[in-house]
Ligand binder design. Structure first.
Ligand SMILES: *[C@@H]1O[C@H](CO)[C@@H](O)[C@H](O)[C@H]1NC(C)=O
Ligand SMILES: *[C@@H]1O[C@H](CO)[C@@H](O)[C@H](O)[C@H]1NC(C)=O
Length: 344
């Protein structure tokens, strides 16, 4: 049975009913999607207003990019919301020097919140692998892992990587890492594999589509068709998101990293900034379909059983990001907190 696409709210209600039916009434939440909460704007609502928004949407997983004190203080007492926090890229070099410096960072930035904020992950850097400071990621991850282990905390330590690690991503079974990625990423993946801690990945079909709109179908880029568009051996693909995800899975397998879970830390579609590719209508289609994909519990063709754990980018349009599409990934307008298009 499929939910008719009358409106997103209608669809979510219908899906919630289906889930209740399928789970004997156990599942209440409207969606399993997480949201990124970026702070690069000078007109953003206060953190407590934002938390009220998340509560009204039944969002139980959010991600921030650092350990912002105002935000973490506002999350105190909201332990049912899992929060991913991050070590800032510019702090990596200093932290890579010693476990002592990492311990000090932890005591300053994490410890004050442990009693009443539900910190689920600390990500060591965002999209620094592959790159100049990519080699700092592993030592900081190792030190942080020791710190949380020594305190028996259930916080996972990982990093967030972009798809620029892939030299090849099409067809998915040809997925392969670039030489620089191989050098910096493989040791990280092997380290994560020891404890099956997920690697966090940012997957943006939008950028691939925007760079080759002649050859890429919009319905394939926006998860808006059920038609098989890519046949890769026995695996059939109808959307580009799954192709990219599975290319990463294949690339990991070729390096001997099997079954490592992947969390989609970011995906989304801008609602403005690049002509008719970036309208609220297209952004709504992509994001709605992605939420549907996550909530269906179906994984990708290569990992059909594991489901997708995913976060949309982002809660608000951020006016201090580079001009153009970068400022327009938000689901909500920061000044009045109104949705830019109907999604939840
Ligand atoms: C913390 O967040 C995670 C992820 O959403 C959730 O599974 C867990 O139940 C939360 N913890 C509490 C105490 O609610
Ligand atoms: C954008 O406009 C061009 C030129 O009119 C058209 O060919 C293309 O199909 C449009 N793309 C979308 C996504 O609407």
């Amino acid at each position: 049975m499929d939910c008719p696409k009358k409106s997103f709210l209608f669809m979510i209600l219908c899906m919630a009913l289906l889930f209740n039916y399928n789970n004997g009434g156990i599942v209440d939440a409207a969606t399993n999607i997480g949201l990124n909460y970026g702070l690069l704007g000078d007109n953003l609502p206060s953190p407590s207003e934002v938390i009220n928004l998340y509560k009204s949407l039944s969002i139980t997983n959010i991600r921030i990019f650092d350990t912002n004190t105002d935000v973490l203080n506002a999350f105190r007492g909201n332990r049912n919301i899992g929060v991913i926090v991050g070590v800032k890229n510019q702090d990596l070099a200093a932290l890579a020097v010693s476990e002592d410096s990492v311990n000090t960072w932890f005591v300053t930035n994490i410890e004050p919140y442990l009693a009443d904020v539900n910190i689920t992950f600390i990500t060591v850097g965002n999209e620094v692998i592959p790159g100049e400071i990519g080699s700092h990621v592993l030592p900081v991850m190792q030190s942080l892992t020791n710190v949380v282990k020594s305190r028996s905390l259930p916080i996972l330590i990982s990093t967030t990587v972009a798809m620029t690690n892939l030299g090849k991503s099409y067809p998915p079974s040809a997925g392969d890492f670039t030489p620089q990625a191989r050098e910096q990423l493989i040791p990280v993946l092997k380290f994560l594999s020891q404890t099956y801690t997920p690697i966090l990945v940012n997957i943006y079909p939008y950028f691939a589509y925007a760079s080759d709109r002649i050859n890429i179908r919009i319905d394939y880029a926006t998860l808006n068709t059920e038609e098989v568009v890519v046949q890769d051996g026995p695996l059939s693909y109808s959307n580009m998101f799954d192709v990219i995800f599975d290319a990463f899975v294949w690339a990991m397998e070729k390096e001997g990293v099997k079954d490592l879970p992947m969390v989609v830390a970011e995906t989304g579609w801008p609602s403005a900034g690049n002509g008719n590719l970036t309208t609220p209508e297209i952004a709504a289609i992509y994001n709605t379909n992605f939420v549907k994909h996550v909530d269906s519990g179906k994984g990708t063709p290569k990992r059909p059983k594991s489901g997708i754990n995913g976060f949309l980018f982002a809660t608000f349009n951020e006016n201090q990001k580079p001009a153009g599409t970068e400022q327009n990934f938000g689901l909500y307008n920061p000044t009045d907190m109104k949705p830019i298009y109907k999604l939840f």
